[in-house]
Write a protein that binds this ligand. Structure first.
Ligand SMILES: [Fe+2]
Ligand SMILES: [Fe+2]
Length: 262
């Protein structure tokens, strides 16, 4: 039977597919870390209070990148190059979602609108990260090598999502509601396309490594298209709602240290 669990088990069990999976994940996480560190450095004066939380957000993502690298090292594997068509973070950026890297490389302070854009982009992508980690956690929470890493990253992604809800609601009350809704919608509709394309690309690369048959690859591709159809038809709305999170001030305080052996 083809299930998310057997699929991931297969990817985890093979050194080459595991190295590709971890390399793609590590690269996305560290790009996220870099983006957040730059945004924290360029926060406008009026939003100074947000800077430590953005720094913490970036520190968490950098930590996730290191955890995925450590998982490879533990198995004696080297990171492999990330194929362009699997680079989710880069593809979102090149589709104009979130803040352009050119802008982040300049040393000019961001505007409040930029901060709203950053938070809306994060609201959407952290929802994806949180759901993906919840799925991995469901199947691998007790895995001897992956369990601790998966649980820790999953907790962090839930915190990131809570933080985005809380801060966006604060900006909405301050009068940015329309801009937030517009940005969230644009971001979600672009994200579901990029996510579909990246999923298809990742599965194609994995299929080559693992020697999947034509029918198996076709079933997987059909599944990815079905997820997109559901998201396009209305599933995307779950990525743009805002509600007060159960956990407040989720990014107040320093990042928790990574598990040494993760
Ligand atoms: Fe992350
Ligand atoms: Fe995150």
């Amino acid at each position: 039977m083809l299930s998310a669990k057997t699929l991931f088990q297969e990817i985890v069990d093979n050194d080459d597919s595991f190295a590709l999976f971890c390399s793609i994940a590590a690269s996305g996480e560290s790009q996220g870390g870099w983006e957040n560190a730059r945004i924290a450095a360029l926060v406008p004066e009026t939003q100074r209070d947000l800077a430590p939380k953005i720094t913490r957000h970036g520190a968490d993502e950098d930590k996730h990148g290191r955890i995925f690298n450590a998982l490879m090292k533990k198995r004696g594997l080297e990171p492999v190059p990330v194929p362009r068509d699997t680079d989710y973070t880069m593809l979102l950026e090149s589709n104009g979602i979130g803040l352009a890297h050119d802008k982040l490389k300049r040393d000019e302070p961001l505007t409040v609108q930029d901060i709203v854009t950053y938070l809306a982009h994060s609201r959407v992508t952290e929802q994806r990260a949180s759901e993906q980690m919840t799925m991995l956690r469901k199947h691998f929470a007790d895995h001897p090598d992956l369990g601790r890493a998966v649980r820790m990253i999953s907790d962090d992604e839930d915190n990131h999502l809570a933080y985005c809800h809380e801060e966006l609601l604060r900006f909405a009350y301050a009068g940015h509601g329309r801009a937030i809704q517009r940005t969230l919608r644009e971001c979600a509709l672009a994200e579901i396309r990029v996510y579909r394309d990246v999923s298809l690309a990742v599965m194609a690369h994995m299929g080559r490594i693992l020697g999947w048959s034509g029918p198996k690859a076709a079933v997987l591709a059909a599944g990815i298209h079905a997820v997109y159809a559901y998201e396009r038809a209305g599933g995307w709305r779950r990525m743009v709602s805002l509600r007060t999170p159960e956990r407040r001030d989720a990014l107040g305080g320093p990042a928790s240290p990574e598990p040494e052996a993760a």
